[in-house]
Design a protein around this ligand. Structure first.
Ligand SMILES: Cc1cc2nc3c(=O)[nH]c(=O)nc-3n(C[C@H](O)[C@H](O)[C@H](O)COP(=O)(O)OP(=O)(O)OC[C@H]3O[C@@H](n4cnc5c(N)ncnc54)[C@H](O)[C@@H]3O)c2cc1C
Length: 450
């Protein structure tokens, strides 16, 4: 393939042997950074014929260990697939290579008055291909939906080396099985996505952002549910526990908007084209918050203020990680059960002896539970007692009508918990689908299920 795309020096093997999941490192045998589809296709054909495991990798920001080459073999980095190929303004769609950074796509279309809503907090580094593979969400999902709602068509290199398009560049498509949606969330276990056609919206002209300090996080959860019921649809509703906010403000050197006695905060954004309507929406939201006893509500009064508050929210995962290694659980329940989930997580933590910092996309019922290692020994951290505690959290999610991942995927770390929410029949159907695409089992083996 040429020396300039094949690497097996220690630096590369270590760098591509980890992602953002806990402190795992699994070095591949070799790192390949293909430059085009033809090169990638030949690589896949070779690996398939020789039964060599292939692990696709985007930016390596994943939190479920899905891009860890746990079976060694070839790590395929998609970083050279970084071109925005076309922005079709009249049809409001764009075609990009899968290694384009989420933020770069958003910025490029916004310059033309268009809008690509999915905005993971990692948007400054994660790739569109990684977003597709995990069906990633972000703060705007509460109003606009997640990655799956914006993907029209995918170019994919199959394990055999064959290159296929999964659908059509149309807004509607009822032509047989929906292979596009099948690839979304497949975590690189069926093939490698090389091009992505996304649907775009018109960019909303204005937004308002408010920050509400709350005495009890569970009260905030209840208020979130009532806001959605009221008919106002915010474009973001993020919940953060105090510890995450304090750590983020210390790290960023920001004034801390929290007041004493507050256990958590919610950040609520409303967007649209009509400023009067936005003020009216925020007025209704404030009244509803007040109804729940939440009266410490601040409005961001400048673009800088908005950016500062969003930076606090976006940096929580990273700052908690620098404070302590953590195991992140990406729990999701029906929105109205969020308060029960939050309360249950804390009770389970007390019973099993772990501290957690919770934050996430409250409007979607999606709560990230970061379980801190703190002073736990390695034996306790990796032992069956803590695992049982995590299992209890997932059982609670199921009882509350939810599941074990809302947006981070199953990957390597959550697969042992799949049986909590999937029956053996579910898993057999998934294995059958995998077999149809990848009969030799070379694509990202050991992810989602064994
Ligand atoms: C600070 C921080 C904040 C985050 N915030 C959010 C958030 O708000 N919402 C959210 O949903 N996630 C969030 N994440 C998780 C992560 O950023 C997303 O899962 C993201 O989509 C991963 O993209 P990536 O390019 O880094 O993929 P990687 O981590 O490199 O890979 C993820 C998976 O995608 C597969 N893959 C990558 N590229 C391809 C391809 N071209 N074809 C086939 N398979 C491929 C890999 O094999 C792997 O299974 C956050 C992570 C961090 C560190």
């Amino acid at each position: 393939m040429g020396e300039e795309v094949v690497y097996f020096d220690d630096d590369n093997l270590i760098r591509y042997g980890h992602d953002e999941t806990e402190d795992f490192v699994f070095q591949p045998d070799v790192v390949v950074k293909p430059k085009d589809v033809d090169q990638l296709s030949r690589l896949m054909e070779y690996c398939n014929s020789n039964q060599i495991p292939v692990t696709p990798r985007g930016a390596g920001t994943g939190l479920s260990g899905a891009s860890l080459p746990i079976n060694k073999g070839v790590l395929v980095s998609m970083e050279n697939f970084n071109r925005i190929l076309d922005i079709d303004e009249s049809n409001m769609q764009a075609t990009v290579e899968s290694g384009v950074i989420n933020h770069n796509l958003r910025e490029a279309v916004e310059n033309r008055g268009l809008f690509y809503p999915p905005d993971p907090a990692s948007k400054g580094s994660c790739f569109i291909g990684g977003n597709v593979a995990h069906n990633s969400g972000g703060p705007k999902a509460v109003k606009y939906g997640v990655t799956k709602d914006y993907i029209l068509n995918l170019e994919v290199v199959l394990p055999s080396g064959e290159v296929v398009w999964t659908g059509a560049n149309t807004l509607k498509n009822s032509t047989g099985y929906n292979l596009t949606q099948l690839f979304i969330g497949s975590e690189g276990t069926l093939g490698i996505v090389t091009k992505v056609v996304v649907r775009l919206l018109a960019k909303p002209k204005h937004n308002l952002l408010l920050w509400a300090n709350v005495a009890k996080a569970t009260t905030a959860c209840r208020a979130v549910s009532d806001i959605m019921k009221s008919g106002v649809v915010p474009s973001g509703m993020e919940l953060m526990e105090r510890k995450g906010i304090d750590l983020a403000c210390d790290k960023l050197g920001f004034n801390n908007p929290m007041v004493s006695g507050s256990e958590a905060a919610i950040m609520i954004e409303a967007d649209g084209d009509n400023m009067d309507q936005l003020y009216a929406d925020c007025e209704s939201i404030s009244e509803l918050l007040e109804h729940h006893g939440i009266d410490s509500v601040l409005f961001a009064d400048s673009g800088e203020q908005k950016e500062a508050w969003w930076s606090i929210r976006r940096s929580i995962g990273e700052v908690v990680k620098t404070y302590s290694t953590y195991k992140e659980q990406d729990t999701v329940v029906k929105r109205s059960h969020l308060a029960d989930l939050m309360a249950g997580v804390k009770e389970i933590g007390a019973e099993y002896g772990f501290e957690s910092v919770c934050y996430g996309h409250a409007g979607d019922g999606n709560l990230h539970v970061n379980i801190l290692k703190n002073n736990l020994t390695d034996e306790q951290w990796n032992g069956s007692h803590l695992e049982e505690g995590i299992r209890e959290i997932f059982r609670l999610c199921k009882r509350l009508g939810g599941t074990i991942s809302g947006e981070h995927g199953i990957g390597y770390v959550q697969k042992k918990f799949m049986n909590e929410v999937m029956t053996e029949s579910h898993l057999q159907i998934m294995r059958g689908i995998k077999l149809a695409f990848d009969p030799n089992g070379i694509m990202n083996p050991g992810k989602i299920f064994d």
